[in-house]
Structure formats: structure tokens, C-alpha cells
Design a protein around this ligand. Structure first.
Ligand SMILES: [Zn+2]
Ligand SMILES: [Zn+2]
Ligand SMILES: [Zn+2]
Length: 161
């Protein structure tokens, strides 16, 4: 029998997929983990902590949400995104992150219009030359501006005028 190794064999939103995804990251399968993972799978960009709490408030308490997010962070499923304000945002990691290390070395774009935070996965962060004697553990970059979707919407509006 041929063994199918493709990770994406089932639809990414299906429960089977979510269960296998958790197992791949060596996490036991629990309802809160499935619920929160599904939120991330369904959303294309970053999720704010308060929004996760809001969307799950009828099923999960805040401590459970917090613990679930911490386990996802540790397992290389999600990464946290720096922000200018006090908001805490997370986004799904790419495949190469695991429980040993994160490799989310990409800038994040915050749209001033729609407020979305987008991982710019294909863009690297150029390393800043540091003075002698410093060790870099992490480099963050936040870029603000107008995202491609909002820009396209504005152009359509102008054409319609
Ligand atoms: Zn990561
Ligand atoms: Zn936008
Ligand atoms: Zn990111």
C-alpha cells in the first residue's frame, strides 16, 4: 500500500486535519486547542488576543485561552507579533518552526486602514550592523501603511467616480 505523506491531504479546516496538525507538533488533542487552532486556520492574517477571547468566550475561559496560546507558541505553531500599542497578536508559523526554534524572521505589516496585521513571509529583515560586543537573539520589524487589498479598493472607487 502506498503511504500518502502529504500534510495537506485533508482540508485545512477539517477536524481530522486539525487533530493531525496538533499531533505533528507533539501536542495532545484537546477541545480548546482545536477551537483556537481553527480560528487561526480560518483567518488569513494575525489574530489579536482580545479577539480570540471574544470569539471563544462562550466556550473557554481566559486562562484556558492563555494556556492554549502559550502551548502553541512553545510548539512552533504560532508566533507573537510586536506592536506599537498594548495589543498582543499572533499568527500561524510556517512549516519550519517547531518546539526547538522559531524561524519567523520576517517583517509584519500593519494596515492603517483595515487594521490587519500581515506576515510578510517572503521578505527578509536586513541585519543591522551592531556595535562590537552585542549578540542578536531576535530582530523585529513593523511596517505601517496601506495594504494591497485596501489600495485596490481605493483604486476601484476612483474609477467608479
Ligand atoms: Zn514560528
Ligand atoms: Zn488594509
Ligand atoms: Zn509573522
Amino acid at each position: 500500500m502506498k503511504v500518502i505523506k502529504n500534510k495537506n491531504i485533508s482540508h485545512t479546516g477539517s477536524k481530522e486535519y486539525l487533530i493531525s496538525f496538533l499531533k505533528q507538533h507533539h501536542l495532545s488533542v484537546t477541545e480548546p486547542r482545536i477551537k483556537i487552532l481553527k480560528l487561526f486556520q480560518n483567518c488569513g492574517s494575525a489574530l489579536e488576543n482580545s479577539l480570540i477571547e471574544k470569539k471563544t468566550r462562550h466556550q473557554l475561559n481566559r486562562i484556558t485561552v492563555y494556556r492554549t496560546l502559550q502551548s502553541f507558541l512553545k510548539s512552533g505553531i504560532i508566533h507573537s507579533i510586536p506592536s506599537y500599542d498594548d495589543s498582543i497578536r499572533f499568527a500561524l508559523c510556517k512549516r519550519d518552526c517547531d518546539e526547538h526554534a522559531h524561524h519567523d524572521n520576517h517583517p509584519h505589516f500593519i494596515c492603517e486602514k483595515c487594521g490587519e496585521t500581515i506576515c510578510l513571509n517572503k521578505t527578509g529583515i536586513s541585519i543591522i550592523q551592531l556595535p562590537k560586543g552585542y549578540n542578536v537573539h531576535r530582530t523585529d520589524a513593523i511596517i505601517t501603511g496601506i495594504c494591497n487589498i485596501c489600495k485596490a479598493a481605493k483604486m476601484i472607487k476612483q474609477i467608479e467616480k
